[in-house]
Design a protein around this ligand. Structure first.
Ligand SMILES: Cc1cc2nc3c(=O)[nH]c(=O)nc-3n(C[C@H](O)[C@H](O)[C@H](O)COP(=O)(O)O)c2cc1C
Ligand SMILES: Nc1ncnc2c1ncn2[C@@H]1O[C@H](COP(=O)(O)OP(=O)(O)OP(=O)(O)O)[C@@H](O)[C@H]1O
Length: 317
């Protein structure tokens, strides 16, 4: 996947192949976002052309509410990793400036045509709104693009358990609901990416060495013990391993102020200090606790491992 940021879009002018674009912020890349993106992917598969997304950075709230911008589910590197996994060819990131926000809806449409001259289709959700004052709707895209031979796919809004899926809904449950509920709306496990750091090397003294990973996101899942799958960034998903991880401040051993994801690998460990690790948070097992001593911590981690292994065994396909 090639990522182009403002002002690099001029490279698109020399593209000969048609481009199918999905448009939106896509924070979380949840089930609704996936439907819109798959619409672009399918269109590209049909005519053997390129598919990509047009997204914006920073989130528009940074411009409109600089004192309380909308916290993002995923940092840019997680979003990019997931887009790459989805098989996109292009990721276009337009800087969301005051000037850009001032474009009328009509101007926004002509701007897309300018930056992607070989545009073949755009995919959006039916609730997509764009342009100054959010006055543009998918029907305007149809009006403005049909005469230029550009198709518009407006995807029906996807609901789950009675309500529409949205990034806002996921932001609301991420900090304090079990990760399985978040995953249900995301349509895949919650992801984090971090570089393996040195820890206090105490885990190995109780028989549970860990990969210590920072989790840098605006909204954090609740502290606790999780069943995870992890892999080195850029390695295929088939090479991921199961692990049992503590996410939190480690009150028994150090009571830090910096939360970390500490993964004890349940299979031969495939990562080392300095490696970038992609973690998928599959299941919440229990809250993090302060134990009286290391023996108690060790016994509970042993039982966490057994819980995790039982889950893995019963979910083996
Ligand atoms: C599965 C698992 C569960 C853990 N649960 C807790 C916990 O509830 N409370 C706690 O203080 N430490 C817990 N820990 C320990 C810390 O996460 C960490 O491994 C320990 O402090 C050693 O850190 P080190 O890597 O810096 O040596 C857990 C570790 C693992 C692997
Ligand atoms: N549930 C959904 N079903 C189908 N398409 C959706 C759904 N939610 C969003 N989309 C579409 O995905 C694209 C990206 O939308 P956007 O980033 O605004 O998502 P959102 O979940 O509505 O975010 P927020 O809750 O922050 O407003 C848009 O084209 C939007 O219309």
């Amino acid at each position: 996947m090639k990522t182009l940021r403002t002002p690099e879009f001029s490279e698109l002018r020399s593209l000969k192949r048609p481009v199918h674009l999905a448009i939106g912020m896509f924070d979380g890349l949840h089930i609704g976002h996936q439907a819109v993106i798959h619409s672009a992917i399918q269109a590209a598969e049909l005519d053997g052309s390129l598919c990509g997304i047009l997204t914006f950075d920073p989130h528009p709230s940074h411009l409109f509410r600089p004192d309380s911008p909308t916290p993002q589910i995923y940092p840019p590197e997680v979003k990019e990793e997931l887009l790459r996994e989805m098989g996109l060819d292009l990721c276009l990131i337009q800087k969301f400036t005051a000037e850009f926000a001032g474009h009328t809806a009509e101007k926004f449409v002509s701007w897309i045509r300018e930056i992607v001259p070989s545009l073949a289709s755009v995919s959006v959700g039916e609730n997509f709104r764009f342009g100054k004052g959010r006055t543009g709707a998918p029907s305007l895209l149809v009006d403005k693009l049909k005469n230029c031979g550009v198709s518009v796919f407006s995807c029906e809004r996807i609901h789950l358990d009675g309500d529409p899926i949205s990034s806002t809904r996921i932001r609301g449950i991420l900090p304090d609901r079990p990760i399985e509920e978040v995953n249900h709306l995301l349509g895949r496990p919650y992801h984090s990416i971090g570089t393996v750091q040195e820890g206090k090397r105490l885990g190995r003294t109780i028989g549970f060495p860990t990969l210590n990973l920072p989790v840098e996101a605006d909204i954090l899942p609740q502290f606790g013990v999780y069943l995870v799958r992890y892999r080195l960034r850029n390695s295929p998903r088939s090479e991921s391993r199961f692990g049992i991880a503590n996410f939190g401040l480690r009150p028994t051993m150090e009571n830090s102020t910096v939360p970390r994801l500490e993964i004890h690998s349940l299979e031969e460990c495939s990562a080392d200090y300095g490696d970038d690790v992609v973690s998928e948070w599959i299941r919440f097992i229990r809250p993090e606790r302060k134990f009286a001593d290391l023996d108690e911590l060790k016994d509970v981690i042993q039982s966490d491992c057994e819980t995790a292994l039982r889950w893995i065994e019963s979910n083996r396909s």
